[in-house]
Design a protein around this ligand. Structure first.
Ligand code: NAD
Ligand code: UDP
Length: 313
C-alpha cells in the first residue's frame, strides 16, 4: 500500500488552518495538527477528531517539537490586529521561534515547508497593487510591528535556511481572507460587520472608511495554498495569494447591510495607528507559476459567510 504523506499543520485549529486540514484529509494525507488554541478552537476541527488519519497535538510552537513528516504548513500565529496586539511580545516570539522550530524540523526530516506570510510585510504600501518585488513601508516601532516585523523576520529565516541548509521552502503572502469559521470575537472586519449586522448592532467603521482592502474567500485561498506547497522544485516564492477585487471599508459595510437586510447603522470610530490606507495584490506571479486565480467574488463569498454566522449565532 502507498504510504500517505505525513503533513504537519501548525495553527491547524484556526480559521485557515482548519480548512486546510479538511482539504488535506480529503486529499488522502495523514495530518498532524499542532496548535495551542490561543485563537483557534477544537470546535473548528471537532469533525476530524475521530478520523484515524488526523491527530491533534496541543503544543506551543515557541517550543521545539519532534515529529516525522514530509510536509509542514506553518500557520501558527494570531492574525487579527485585536489578538496579535493583546500580547505583542508573544506574537513576535510565535513568529520567530515558531519559524525557527519548524525550519529546524524541516531541516532534520527533509520535509518541504510552507510559511503563511502576509500582505502586512508591505506595511502601508506606497504603490497599488503590490507586487512581490515591492519591499514595503513598515514601521518598526508601532503597535502593528510585532506582527509585521515578526512575519518579515520569519521570511528572512526561511530564505536563510534555504540558502544555508538547502531547506525546501515555499513562502506565500496571504491577503485578507474571510469565510466560515472566523471566530465571532476575532475582530477582523468581515466577521465584525456580519456579526454586528445580524445582531442589529451598530457597524463600526474605523476612520472614514475610505481605506481599501481586497477580500479573498477561504476556498480560493486554500486552493492557492496547496498549489504553492506543491509547486515545482526551485520555486520558493514569495508569492502573493489574494483576490485583486479592491473595496473601501465603507463599501464593504454597505454590502453587508444590503445582503443581511439589517437595520444596523454605520458608526465611525478612531482609525487605529498605522492602519494601511490601501491594499491590493498583484497576482500575476501566482497566475503564471501556479495557474491560480480566485473564483469567488465578494458578494457570493459574503453570502456564504453570512449563512454560516446565521447558523452559529
Ligand atoms: P487564526 O487566528 O484563526 O489562526 C491562527 C492559529 O494559530 C490559531 O489556531 C492559534 O491558536 C494558533 N496559534 C497562535 N499562536 C500559536 C502558538 N504559539 N503555538 C501554536 N499555535 C498557535 O488566524 P488565520 O486567519 O487562520 O491565520 C492563519 C495564518 O495565516 C497566520 O499565520 C496568519 O498570519 C496568516 N494570514 C492570514 C490572513 C487572513 O486574512 N486570514 C492574512 C495574512 C496572513
Ligand atoms: N475595520 C473597521 N471596523 C472593524 C474592523 C476593522 O473599519 O470593526 C477596518 C480596519 O481599520 C482596517 C480594515 O477594516 O482598515 C481591515 O481590518 P482587519 O482588522 O480585518 O485587517 P487588516 O487588514 O487591517 O489587518
Amino acid at each position: 500500500m502507498m504510504r500517505r504523506n505525513r503533513v504537519v499543520v501548525t495553527g491547524g485549529a484556526g480559521f485557515l488552518g482548519s480548512h486546510l486540514c479538511d482539504r488535506l484529509i480529503a486529499d488522502g494525507n495523514d495530518v498532524i495538527c499542532v496548535d495551542n488554541l490561543f485563537t483557534g478552537s477544537k470546535d473548528n476541527i471537532r469533525h476530524l477528531l475521530g478520523n484515524p488519519y488526523f491527530e491533534f497535538i496541543r503544543h506551543d510552537v515557541t517550543q521545539p517539537i519532534f515529529l516525522e513528516c514530509d510536509q509542514i504548513y506553518n500557520l501558527a500565529c494570531p492574525a487579527s490586529p485585536l489578538w496579535y496586539q493583546k500580547d505583542p511580545i508573544y506574537t513576535t516570539k510565535t513568529s520567530l521561534y515558531g519559524a525557527l522550530n519548524m525550519l529546524g524540523l524541516a531541516n532534520r526530516t527533509g520535509a518541504r515547508i510552507l510559511q503563511a506570510s502576509t500582505s502586512e510585510v508591505y506595511g502601508d504600501p506606497e504603490c497599488n497593487p503590490q507586487k512581490e518585488s515591492y519591499r514595503g513601508n513598515v514601521n518598526t516601532i508601532g503597535p502593528r510591528s510585532c506582527y509585521d516585523e515578526g512575519k518579515r523576520a520569519a521570511e528572512t529565516l526561511f530564505f536563510d535556511y534555504h540558502r544555508q541548509h538547502g531547506v525546501d521552502i515555499k513562502v506565500m503572502r496571504i491577503f485578507n481572507t474571510y469565510g466560515p469559521r472566523m471566530d465571532i470575537g476575532d475582530g477582523r472586519v468581515v466577521s465584525n460587520f456580519i456579526v454586528q449586522a445580524l445582531r442589529g448592532e451598530d457597524i463600526t467603521i474605523y476612520g472614514d472608511g475610505s481605506q481599501t482592502r481586497s477580500f479573498c474567500y477561504v476556498d480560493d485561498l486554500i486552493e492557492g495554498m496547496t498549489r504553492v506547497m506543491n509547486s515545482r522544485d526551485g520555486f520558493t516564492g514569495p508569492v502573493n495569494i489574494g483576490n485583486p477585487g479592491e473595496f473601501t471599508i465603507r463599501a464593504l459595510a454597505e454590502k453587508v447591510i444590503e445582503l443581511t437586510g439589517t437595520s444596523s447603522k454605520l458608526i465611525f470610530q478612531e482609525l487605529p495607528v498605522d492602519d494601511p490606507t490601501q491594499r491590493r495584490p498583484d497576482i500575476s506571479l501566482a497566475k503564471e507559476e501556479l495557474e491560480w486565480q480566485p473564483h469567488v467574488m465578494l458578494e457570493e463569498g459574503l453570502k456564504k459567510t453570512i449563512a454560516y454566522f446565521e447558523r452559529i449565532l
